[in-house]
Design a protein around this ligand. Structure first.
Ligand code: COA
Length: 162
């Protein structure tokens, strides 16, 4: 059985693993953990986790960490891959190899959306099947950066007609 819980500072090494999984989703262009650990984006997305405004969830199965998702706020003058606005945190997520396609990613994203009370953004590279998961969860394309699509899920969509 898979359970989902809040990520703590003790989960940081696993989140770092998941960051590499997310950045290297495409084996053809994967750079490897050593590269990412020295790249500025690594600190940008995970440095000091959990900051007071970070929010993360970890999926455990049989006592093992199998996936994680987290959000972090960025600013226009230090924009991230999927930056939309200062008040819109950006999602990073990944599931360990061998556990994909079992519903863990969907469970993590659903739980994060349920716990969130703001718009959410993310960036997904062309060809990543994760885009379908995001669309199914209400994310829509709002921009392009290089070969990636920026997607946004508006919180107001849950408010219903006014
Ligand atoms: C993307 C990822 C987090 C999804 O988690 P997962 O547990 O594998 O996905 P789930 O089993 O919950 O599937 C949910 C949906 O994702 C989509 N999906 C995920 N992987 C897919 C694949 N390889 N092929 C097709 N669709 C896929 C499908 O729409 C699926 O819905 P369905 O079951 O109704 O068809 C995971 O596959 C992963 O870590 N991939 C590598 C890292 C990555 O790409 N991170 C995101 C960077 S933006």
């Amino acid at each position: 059985m898979t359970t989902t819980r809040r990520a703590t500072v003790a989960d940081l090494p696993f989140l770092e693993e998941v960051f590499v999984i997310a950045m290297d989703w495409n084996p053809a262009t994967a750079k490897g953990a050593e590269y990412w650990h020295t790249d500025a984006t690594f600190q940008k997305y995970l440095g000091g986790f959990p900051r007071s405004t970070d929010f993360g969830l970890v999926a455990d199965r049989g006592g093992e960490q199998v996936g994680a998702i987290w959000t972090r706020y960025f600013t226009a003058d230090d924009a991230s891959y999927g930056f939309v606005a200062d008040d819109t945190p950006e999602i990073s997520m990944g599931v360990v190899e061998g556990r994909r396609g079992e519903g863990i990613g969907r469970a993590l994203l659903t739980a994060l959306i349920a716990a969130s009370n703001s718009d959410l953004s993310l960036s997904v590279e062309d060809g990543n099947p994760a885009e379908e998961l995001y669309r199914k969860q209400g994310f829509v394309p709002v921009g392009r950066v290089g070969n990636s699509t920026t997607m946004l899920r508006s919180e107001r969509r849950d408010a219903g007609p006014s």
